[in-house]
Design a protein around this ligand. Structure first.
Ligand code: CP
Length: 303
């Protein structure tokens, strides 16, 4: 039995197979409409979500399966003090596979150790968000045709943004990737990520002004300032609009640069960009359904 807890749980070769499957699902939906007949997915979300929870549920429903779960810790027995380990033991008795989001780092790992069904980390605190990474990689591979030879800018809250941490780790396994980290001093990439890059001799630079690096980027990954992870509201208010990607900044970018964002967005991408052909973030959300369909099939060993 396999789980997905970190973005490195699948080898690069296994990811290629997963993305091939996701693209096949995209192009041949009817072929997979009964692939999960009789199977049940649990979505246990102790933190808010729109895309991750609903795309998992859509994925299972489109595969012919069923879904159950909770979208708020307060409506589960966590509110009475039940541990994640005890909860997943019960969920294992009711369902075949579980996607879990939790505010505490390491929760999905703890759940996987007590589970007798595959557990998928749907975001654990400020730590990792591996299925967003699968979504990001599938989007890049589908729209650019490759996962190597890129200069990628990651901009915004690089300290608390778990999607950023997962994506960097995943991209370290591909050739000729250069990272450009664009953040205010207070929201820089954590040291442990920088250490990984140094150990692997992967080039990176850290800058504050987005305008200075825009012309060099093949991909720009924008992120929201993570209000829910701040210790005080004053700091959040001071930093929340530090970056706003607008038409003026986009004039500095390459004609084929892609703008990605895990969403939700707040103010960091102006809506005036949405019609720009380089804006890929809503297409990215759609790829999230295909890759989660592929992941469910893979973890349930139905392919
Ligand atoms: N990208 C992402 O995780 O979005 P949600 O918080 O809406 O699930």
């Amino acid at each position: 039995m396999r789980h997905l807890i970190t973005p490195l749980d699948f080898t690069v070769e296994e990811l290629e197979k997963l993305f091939d499957l996701a693209n096949d699902i995209e192009n041949n939906k009817a072929k997979y409409a009964h692939a999960c007949d009789g199977k049940i997915l649990a979505t246990c979300f102790y933190e808010p979500s729109t895309r991750t929870r609903l795309s998992f549920e859509s994925a299972m429903l489109q595969l012919g399966g069923h879904v159950l779960g909770f979208s708020d810790a307060g409506s589960s027995s966590a509110a009475k003090g039940e541990s994640v380990s005890d909860t997943i033991r019960m969920i294992s008795a009711y369902t075949d596979i579980c996607a879990m989001r939790h505010p505490k780092e390491g929760s999905a790992m703890v759940a996987s150790q007590a589970a007798s069904i595959p557990v998928i980390n749907a975001g654990d605190g400020g730590h990792q968000h591996p299925t967003q990474t699968l979504t990001d990689l599938l989007t890049i591979r589908s729209l650019k045709g490759r996962l190597n030879n890129f200069t990628i800018g990651l901009c915004g809250d690089l300290k608390f943004g778990r999607t950023v941490h997962s994506l960097i780790k995943a991209l370290t396994r591909y050739d000729n990737i250069k990272f450009v980290f664009v953040s205010p001093e207070e929201l820089k990439v954590p040291d442990y990520i920088i250490e990984i890059l140094k150990e692997k001799n992967i080039p990176f630079e850290e800058v504050i002004r987005l305008e200075d690096v825009m012309p060099t980027l093949d991909l720009l990954y924008m992120t929201r300032v993570q209000r829910e992870r701040f210790f005080n509201e004053e700091d959040y208010i001071r930093l929340k609009d530090f970056y706003v990607l607008d038409k003026a900044k986009m004039t500095l970018a390459k004609d084929d640069m892609l703008v990605l964002h895990p969403l939700p967005r707040v103010n960091e991408i102006s809506v005036e960009i949405d019609q720009d052909p380089r804006a890929a973030y809503f297409r990215q959300g759609q790829y999230g359904v295909y890759v989660r369909m592929a992941l469910i099939l893979t973890l349930l060993e139905l392919v």
